[in-house]
Design a protein around this ligand. Sequence first.
Ligand code: HEC
Ligand code: HEC
Length: 238
Amino acid sequence: MRRARALALASALLGLPAWAADRPAALQVPDTLAQRLQPCMACHGAQGRAGREGYLPRIAGKPAGYLYQQLLHLRDGRRQNATMARLLAQQTDAYLREMAGYFAVLDLPHAPVPVVTAPPAVLARGQALALQGDAGQRLPACSACHGNRLSGVQPAVPGLLGLPRDYLIAQLGAWQTQQRHAQAPDCMAQIAQRLSPADLGAVATWLAAQPVPTQPQADATAPGPAPMPCGSVDQPPP
Ligand code: HEC
Ligand code: HEC
């Protein structure tokens, strides 16, 4: 049953009739974008839907503008990951835009929420930061930009749910240590720098423990005026 569905999906992605997937030996696999992006799935999960264990970010269903900017940053060294940089080194902007578009429209189920064990006070602090912010630390609520449901906002703000805790911690840490940059003004760098180590851990832990809403797609519009300017939001759409 599972296998039949997987084959049907594979053939749909490859643009083949369903029966053809059962006869791979006789098959001339066409050069489709889906096929050329197979190497990405090795790390990012089948069709880019990596789960919440481990480190790898899911890319399926993220806003296209966000994905495109990340591919440019990873290729050009504003965001550092040696594997991604090597994979993208020879690729044109136009092809990166195509890749971003391919993964952005995939609408696939999310993995179940992992069991996260943390003291209630840590989770409460994480929730308060995510949904209310902390004026004393000049921290706006994460939801002010990432959407009331934290599912992201089109076209350039990613959702914060469904990601592994280690990945969230690493990204906020990378902004603190200037290993990750977004378009200036880089609001996330400022926000990360205002997070104490305890607050960084608390917000990442709380986010990683939340279920993904049943409608996980990014919202069409921001919940209100941006609390700080973010250069990546003002980029022309891909
Ligand atoms: C060998 C494993 C590997 C392969 C293969 C790989 N990636 Fe990645 N990718 C990663 C890792 C690890 C990160 C996180 C980097 C970091 O820590 O910032 C990442 C990050 C990304 C991001 C940023 C995600 C986000 O939420 O900000 C995008 C987009 C992406 N990869 C797209 C691709 C595409 C498209 C391909 C195929 C051309 C690909 N990756 C192949 C390992 C891989
Ligand atoms: C002023 C608006 C704003 C606020 C407030 C904000 N963010 Fe962001 N965030 C962004 C934007 C814009 C991006 C995309 C940056 C880029 O293009 O790399 C982003 C990206 C991220 C990412 C990267 C996701 C990925 O898939 O790699 C993480 C993690 C993140 N934000 C966490 C947070 C947390 C935690 C908070 C609250 C403490 C927060 N953000 C508050 C605007 C904001």
